[in-house]
Design a protein. Structure first.
Length: 90
């Protein structure tokens, strides 16, 4: 099988998606607006291409998982979306 390209995946829970679309991205400490940061984490070689998650991928690819965090410049802190949801619920 050919190793063919890179595949990036990002999955959201329904709560995370809701926060991403409608939530106020402000720092829970200082209420400053936060910046969205993206980084990808290498997950090794796996099945890539359309339909990979359904098990009929056609080729192998380098798999990356995208991690999104929100960064507050003032506090120099990073928060993941799930952390922000937890803080909000308190
Ligand atoms: Zn802050």
């Amino acid at each position: 099988m050919n190793k063919n390209g890179k595949q990036y995946t990002k999955t959201y829970t329904p709560q995370e998606l809701k926060y991403k679309l409608f939530g106020k991205k402000v720092c829970p400490i200082c209420l400053e607006k936060m910046v969205l940061m993206k980084e990808s984490e290498y997950k090794g070689v796996g099945r890539g291409g359309m339909g990979a998650s359904y098990g009929f991928a056609k080729y192998n690819a380098d798999l990356y998982e995208i991690r999104e965090t929100y960064y507050c410049k003032k506090c120099d802190k990073n928060y993941t979306i799930s952390e922000l949801i937890k803080i909000k619920e308190k």
